[in-house]
Design a protein around this ligand. Structure first.
Ligand code: FNR
Length: 371
């Protein structure tokens, strides 16, 4: 279909399913075990309802914000997703270029199909990029990647902590990942691959299951980039990250691809905000310790709910890879434009003229239980 006929982010998924080769669809869409968590990720947003305010002059509304101190046209970013070239020959570069046009931040994945330097070189002057990091058993490799990233101007390091072992994505495991595949990961020196059971397994064998809290001092010693843990799933770990002086956490279950029956990020957000206020007197959103949420975000209303509940921004993964799979860079731009239009309308209907006016009182989250 023509881009103008695509009205929402779900449309891209339906199209991707028909245009992607089976292997790519299996890798992108798959999730752990019986795919309960992936389904819950989006439906959890349905438990939060709005309490809009009326009779405010909403002629002008502004949903721009800052993320880790950097301007973003919307309170969202493009989350790291591996193997972009399974979906489009330009791979992750479609995301880099679309992000530049729309003034949003791209989180570059460790396991990109394009090389790290290609993605940094493709960025517009002043364009902000973050890096998602899988920590190698060989810390020397990790140190080189991190220091190179900092030198190339990356503004935040998101260390993935929910994948000490790969989740079972059976749709993907039924496929074979071929040696000559053009999507092959470009991150050199990460170590051997097992190609017999799907793309995910083939690319992830270097990841260190020994990663632990004491490694945080190692990261602090090798970089000045803000450190954020991606994949925190309870308040206890968010508190630990805060006490260690990290810059924030992403409340995420990896798009339902890791632990099956992990709760959705929006649900975890409620307890994290509650307990960090109780234990450390923090209020959110907070400049010094930022909360991010990802998983199942498909509408601006989803984003607004997370902002109301204390998140600084949210991440989206699959919507953008589905968008480039069918329409390349233009597809990603269309997805961002749809979100932009949804923000404008929904902020007006809510009576919130800017991000600061999206307050906790604007949502009813009483269907989410505290722990
Ligand atoms: C991911 N995600 C991910 N996360 C990460 O830290 N490193 C990675 O290499 C990847 N790769 C990856 C590939 C694919 C195909 C998907 C769908 C996801 C997880 C990603 O960053 C994010 O947490 C989720 O995608 C968010 O959920 P939605 O937006 O896809 O529902």
């Amino acid at each position: 279909p023509h881009l103008s006929e695509i009205l929402n982010l779900h449309d891209f998924e339906a199209i991707a399913r028909t245009v992607l080769p089976e292997k790519a669809w299996a890798y992108y869409s798959s999730a752990a075990d019986d795919e309960i968590t992936i389904r819950e990720n989006h439906s959890a947003f349905h438990r939060v309802w709005f309490r809009p305010r009326i009779l405010r002059d909403v002629t002008k509304v502004d949903w721009s914000t800052t993320i880790l101190g950097h301007k973003s046209s919307m309170p969202l970013y493009i989350s790291a997703t591996a193997l972009g070239k399974l979906g489009h020959p330009d791979g992750e570069l479609t995301l880099t270029r679309a992000a530049a046009k729309h003034g949003v931040i791209q989180m570059i994945p460790t396991l990109a199909s394009c090389s790290f330097d290609e993605m940094v070189d493709a960025a517009a002057p002043g364009q902000v990029q973050f890096l998602q990091l899988y920590v190698n058993k060989d810390r020397g490799v990790t140190k080189r990647i991190v220091q190179h990233a900092e030198k190339r101007g990356i503004k935040g390091l998101f260390i993935t902590v929910d994948a000490p072992q790969l989740g079972r994505r059976e749709k993907d495991m039924r496929q074979k990942f071929e040696a000559e595949d053009p999507s092959e990961v470009k991150q050199a020196g990460q170590g051997g691959v097992d190609r017999s059971q799907g793309a995910a397994r083939a690319i992830s064998s270097f990841i260190d299951p020994g990663l632990n809290w004491s490694d945080m001092s190692f990261f602090k010693s090798i970089t000045n980039m803000p450190l954020i843990l991606k994949g925190v799933q309870c308040w206890e770990d968010a508190l630990e990250a805060y006490d260690m002086g990290l810059a924030g956490v992403v409340l995420s279950n990896h798009g339902g691809r890791q632990l099956e029956f992990a709760r959705s990020g929006i649900e975890v957000l409620v307890e994290v905000v509650d307990k960090l206020k109780e234990k450390r007197g923090l209020n959110f959103p907070n400049e010094k310790f930022q909360l991010f949420v990802d998983g199942g975000v498909r509408r601006a209303t989803d984003v607004i709910k997370a902002i109301a509940l204390g998140a600084t921004a949210v991440g989206l993964g699959r919507p953008f890879i589905y968008a480039f799979s069918s329409h390349g860079q233009e597809g990603v731009e269309r997805a961002l434009q749809i979100l932009h239009d949804e923000f404008e309308m929904n902020m007006r209907l809510l009576g919130a003229r800017n991000i600061k006016e999206i307050v906790p009182e604007m949502v009813d989250a009483s269907n989410i239980h505290l722990h």
